[in-house]
Ligand binder design. Structure first.
Ligand SMILES: [Zn+2]
Length: 215
């Protein structure tokens, strides 16, 4: 079985959404996401954002991002806010999800959600916080992508996966060297669903929230 990897920084032949690196051009035969990571933000962002916009119009661009807030390693918060809002606007216009990177910025996410009417579908990637942090945003169009943290049965991510509405779940390897198979296997134990059922579930989840479908 081929498991779909919803967020990876490693170029793969298998089914995945590859997160384009800076200055990298997409390949025509694979799915990708494009955006400016908060770590790569500077005052020149507008130039880079033109590129993001151009690539985002390609039909194999499945998501915008990763974009978001990072209080530890990101630049000035006013800049992060401005650029995140632009990414979110673009994702909304294209009706494709935004892959969210969030480090110590829960309040900034809430501030955005409460101030905007046109919120795109957001996939909070690498989620590994206490469940109540996720529960706080369930009224908004937010899903969760689970990665290596669910290999540990007592992690926050594992606890939240157990409770999370099934139609809000995705899986990823991100920048790890793990195989996506190991993530699905672990999730299948946690959720007590077969790997086949899970594969079907996440594919349906995606196709419900995005104008650009996966097979
Ligand atoms: Zn990532």
């Amino acid at each position: 079985m081929t498991f779909f990897d919803f967020h990876t920084h490693h170029s793969l032949l298998k089914k995945s959404i590859y997160n384009l690196a800076e200055q990298e051009d997409p390949k025509s035969d694979s799915y990708f996401s494009v955006g400016i990571h908060p770590w790569n933000l500077n005052e020149e962002w507008e130039k880079e954002f033109v590129r993001v916009k151009n690539f985002s119009s390609l039909s194999n661009c499945l998501a915008i991002g990763e974009s978001g807030f990072d209080r530890l390693w990101g630049p000035d918060l006013a800049l992060q806010r401005k650029v995140f809002y632009e990414h979110a606007k673009l994702a909304y216009e294209l009706q494709i999800p935004l892959i969210l990177h969030l480090v110590k910025g829960h309040d900034l996410l809430l501030e955005y959600l409460k101030s905007e009417v046109r919120v795109p579908q957001i996939i909070w990637h690498g989620f590994n916080l206490k469940s109540h942090m996720a529960e706080q945003v369930l009224d908004f169009p937010i899903s969760f992508s689970f990665g290596k943290a669910i290999l540990k049965s007592d992690s926050n991510a594992s606890h939240w996966l157990k409770k999370c509405p099934l139609d809000r779940v995705f899986f990823e390897t991100d920048d790890s060297q793990l195989s996506i198979d190991s993530i699905y296997k672990s999730a299948s134990v946690i959720l007590q669903l077969s790997e086949e059922e899970l594969t079907q579930q996440v594919r349906n989840n995606w196709n419900k929230i995005s104008s650009r479908k996966i097979e």
